[in-house]
Design a binder for this molecule. Sequence first.
Ligand code: DER
Length: 250
Amino acid sequence: SVVESAKRQAAYRAVDEHFPPHARFVGIGSGSTVVFVVERIVQLGRDTTDSITFIPTGYQSKELIINGGLKLGSIDRYTELDIAFDGADEVDPYLNCIKGGGACLFQEKLVAICAKKFVVVADYRKISPSLSTHYTPGIPIEVVPPAANYILSRLTTLGAVSPVIRMGGASKAGPCITDNGNFIIDAPFPDGFIPSPSSPLSHPHKPLSPVEELARALKGIVGVVEHGIFWNGDRKPIIAYFGMEDGRVE
Ligand code: DER
């Protein structure tokens, strides 16, 4: 399909252009686009990959690494990674992202923050003028289950519209349970966030962008483990590759 080839194009270009020749530790994200990242890395051949340890961001990612015949490591052992590749659910013009559609955002963010370089790969559907306008479930938030209902009420006061606990759907009765044993709340902010450059930590007095304001507020709510807003400001720049409908990669 057009979307599948767009994912593959983005993933292949990202690996071709950013895979460090002497990498030792590489983070592998979750979702369907990162599948093509692993596919491309495997194509580099064992002479290249045998000296590298690959760090997963959850059970699906772990399976990807194992099935690719790649050496599996873990983030609790290796916390300084050369690079991490991952997908995203929505990316604004400043490369602020919403992640968590696959409910893996906690380990994804942990691996991303430990990587010298964080590369997002996505198809054209993820490009958005303002976060939470195209990805309508809104911001995924990992929460400790007993706090879920309290957090739902706090999110409403922060402007979320009908936030919900993500259910397991056809694959599981009751709430979705993350790889860390927590719930996910999806918090829609239909008005979106004014896209703006992130304020690097080096300029703490620079006013925070609206999405950063919310990110900080979310972390202040008792019971919130982590949220799916990834932005440039908190660390090294995010690099993004988008597979377009016409086959181009941007
Ligand atoms: O949960 C996430 O953030 C994943 O990276 C995922 O949502 C990316 O989506 P994809 O399956 O379209 O790559």
